[in-house]
Design a protein around this ligand. Sequence first.
Ligand code: NCD
Length: 303
Amino acid sequence: MLPLGSELFAVADRMRAMVAAQGKNDMLRGKILANVFFEASTRTSCSFQAAMLRLGGDVLPLNESGSSAKKGETLGDTIRCLECYADVTVLRHPLVGSAAAAAAAARKPVINAGDGVGEHPTQSLLDLYTIRDELPDHSLAGKTIALVGDLKNGRTVHSLAMLLAKYAVALQFVAPPSLQMPQHVKDEVAAISARHGTAVTFTEHEALAEVGGACDVMYVTRVQKERFATEAEYEAVKGVLVVTPATMAVARPAMALMHPLPRVGEILESVDDDPRAAYFRQMENGLYVRMALLALVMGVEGC
Ligand code: NCD
């Protein structure tokens, strides 16, 4: 099993302390990040941008409407262009596999910031960092983690399930039947667990009540409206799984309630003041983990 205190997390801890003490430094002075978002984003885009700025670097932002993708340019050509001007590219794109395709075309590092319904690996790193912080004993061994919501279309839960498979955890997948975890992700979770000898188990559920009192982490996601073919299909499943004060009343006293955000009603605002509501701390952690990622990807010594 991997240690939970990886090098990345140790660097992220130091980034957190640095930001608290002095706001920014010059670690990446002279470096430029191409921040390419061809799908909507608030947290991922802004935290990568803030991470670069707090390390003294600069940012070249690009969205689809302002880019030559509108004129029919291929993604490979766009990436090859940007790396003439920048040192690292962060890419969010609607197509599964787009980040891998971009990385294959590139000479410089490409970081996947979400490829359609595929994966969102930097989110799962900040999620794991948050889980480590929030659990009272800072250990994942023997813990139960519920992933709740649109497990079919949600890339955050795909990446998180695969990352958690490296630890000896029990996973609970909670979703309406039509939005359950895809078979290819479950197969990958089993393969990763076998490789790491972690004996991860997973169970599938439809109702929050089946898991609510028995998990150490409850990770909630929104129903991904933009992935549905019709509004009617979305309407049929939205609002089925909602965390309320009543959910929290039966939850474990030290449970961490997480959400990658944005939320659209699946955690009521009346839950926000509960000390177990970790999603705003999780969001802040995204800055420190992405600062650490950028410093390590750029090969900064002693960061
Ligand atoms: C997520 C995403 O874009 O996949 N948001 C994020 O990056 N924090 C989750 C979502 O959009 O539901």
